[in-house]
Design a protein around this ligand. Structure first.
Ligand code: LMR
Length: 393
C-alpha cells in the first residue's frame, strides 16, 4: 500500500534549519525558525525552568498518567496567565496539548466536530502551518487581507471589510499578539472594531497566542485576547509555552474553550475526548514546570524578569537594525522594523531577493521574507543591514 504515498512538500520553515546547518560559511546568519537566541546564538534553558526541573527531579514520585486534559493546576495557571480575570473561570474549559501546534490542531478538530461546514477565516498571510493543518483536515479556509506590502503595517480597512463577510458558524482566526509572520499588529482601538464585527456577524473568534511576553510585555500582549474573550459568548484560544518559557522540545501548550451557554457542560468532556482520539494523554513535564513557575513567587518573578530581558533585547535589535538601515539606505523606508513587535518582521521583498540574500550573503530567512529578530546580535545587525541595502531590497 505504501506505493501510493506521494512525496510531501517539506515544511518551508523547518527545511531552512537543515539548509543553514549544511552551509559551510562561518559568517552565515540564521533568521529562520522562530526560536529565541541570546547574543551568543544559544537558546538557553531559562533560569526558572532549570530551578523547577531540579525541584521536580527531587520531588516527583510517579510518572503515572495524569488526566486526559492534563493537570488541572496547569489549566488554572495558564487560564490566569492568558485571560487574567477577563472571564469567569467556570466558563473556560481547557486541555493541555503537545505544544501550541497541538492546541491549534485540536481547536480545528473541535470546530470540525461542532460544525463540519464551518469556514475558517485566516489572515493573509498567516503561520503556514495553520493553512497546512486546515487543508489536511479538509476544512474550508477564507483568507482575509491583513498585511499591507506598501506600509508593512496592517491594511486595517481591508481586513475589516473581509471579516464582515463572515457568518454565524464561521470562525475567525486571529493572532493574539506578535503576528507571525509579519510582526504587524493591531492597536487596541482596532481590536475593538474587530470585536464589533465579530459581534455583528456572529462568527466565533479563535486566537492563537504563541508569543505572549515578546511584544509589549506579558500583560500588554494578553490585552487583546482578554478583550475578545470578554466580549464574545464563545471563543477558542490556542496558547503555547514554547517561546515564553523556552521549552520548545517539551511540547507544552493549551487549548481553551470559552462557552457561556448549556454547551459549557459538555465542553470539558469534548476536549478530553479529542485528546483521547489523537494522542490520549498530553505531555506532562513541560506543563508541570510551567505550573510550578507560575505558582511560586520566587520562580515566577525570576521567569518574568527573564522574559522581559528577552523582549527588551529583541526591541533593542529592532531599533539597531532600523537605525543601521536608515543610515545606509538614506531613507526611513525600513522604519517599520522598529514598529513591528514580537519575534518576526516581514521585510516585504520577493522570494528571489530572499534567495539572493541567502546565496550571496549567507542570510537565511523564510521565503516570504520573514526574519527572526532574535537570530540577530549587535555584531550581525550591521552585516544584515549592509546586505539588505547592497542586494537592493
Ligand atoms: C515558527 O513560526 O518559526 C515557529 O512557530 C516554529 C514552527 O513550528 O514553525
Amino acid at each position: 500500500m505504501f506505493e501510493t504515498l506521494q512525496a510531501q512538500k517539506p515544511d518551508a520553515i523547518l527545511a531552512l534549519v537543515q539548509m543553514f546547518k549544511d552551509d559551510p560559511r562561518s559568517d552565515k546568519i540564521d533568521l529562520g525558525v522562530g526560536v529565541y537566541k541570546d547574543a551568543s546564538g544559544n537558546t538557553p534553558v531559562m533560569r526558572a525552568v532549570k530551578a523547577a526541573e531540579q525541584q521536580l527531579w527531587e520531588n516527583e514520585t510517579s510518572k503515572s498518567y495524569v488526566a486526559l486534559t492534563g493537570d488541572p493546576g496547569f489549566s488554572d495557571a495558564m487560564v490566569k496567565l492568558v485571560l487574567g480575570d477577563a472571564v469567569p473561570r467556570a466558563t473556560v474549559s481547557a486541555a493541555a496539548t503537545p505544544g501550541g501546534t497541538g492546541a491549534v490542531r485540536q481547536a480545528f478538530e473541535l470546530i470540525k466536530l461542532a460544525r463540519p461546514d464551518a469556514r475558517v477565516f485566516v489572515s493573509n498571510p498567516t503561520w503556514p502551518n495553520h493553512l497546512s493543518i486546515l487543508e489536511y483536515l479538509g476544512m474550508e479556509m477564507v483568507p482575509y487581507r491583513y498585511f499591507d506590502n506598501e506600509t508593512r503595517g496592517v491594511d486595517f480597512d481591508a481586513m475589516l471589510d473581509d471579516l464582515k463577510t463572515a457568518k454565524a458558524g464561521d470562525v475567525v482566526l486571529l493572532h493574539g499578539c506578535c503576528h507571525n509572520p509579519t510582526g504587524a499588529n493591531l492597536t487596541m482601538p482596532q481590536w475593538q472594531e474587530v470585536i464589533a464585527v465579530l459581534q455583528q456577524t456572529g462568527a466565533v473568534p479563535m486566537i492563537d497566542i504563541a508569543y505572549q511576553g515578546f511584544g509589549d510585555g506579558l500583560e500588554a500582549d494578553a490585552q487583546a485576547t482578554r478583550a475578545v474573550a470578554a466580549a464574545l459568548p464563545e471563543c477558542l484560544i490556542a496558547a503555547s509555552c514554547s517561546k515564553n518559557f523556552g521549552i520548545y522540545r517539551e511540547r507544552t501548550g493549551i487549548l481553551m474553550m470559552i462557552a457561556n451557554g448549556t454547551e459549557a457542560k459538555v465542553a470539558q468532556g469534548t476536549l478530553a475526548f479529542l485528546n483521547r482520539q489523537n494522542f490520549s494523554f498530553p505531555p506532562d513535564h513541560g506543563a508541570r514546570l510551567v505550573t510550578m513557575i507560575l505558582n511560586d513567587d520566587e520562580l515566577r518573578t525570576d521567569w518574568m524578569a527573564e522574559v522581559e530581558a528577552m523582549r527588551v533585547s529583541m526591541l533593542g535589535l529592532r531599533e539597531q537594525l532600523a537605525t543601521e538601515l536608515r543610515q545606509r539606505a538614506g531613507s526611513d523606508r525600513f522604519g517599520f522594523i522598529a514598529q513591528h513587535r514580537g519575534m518576526f518582521s516581514r521585510l516585504g521583498t520577493t522570494p528571489e531577493m530572499v534567495q539572493k540574500l541567502r546565496e550571496d550573503h549567507g542570510i537565511y530567512m523564510v521565503g516570504d521574507s520573514r526574519l527572526n529578530i532574535a537570530g540577530l546580535n549587535a555584531n550581525s545587525v550591521p552585516l544584515l543591514a549592509e546586505a539588505i541595502v547592497k542586494a537592493g531590497v
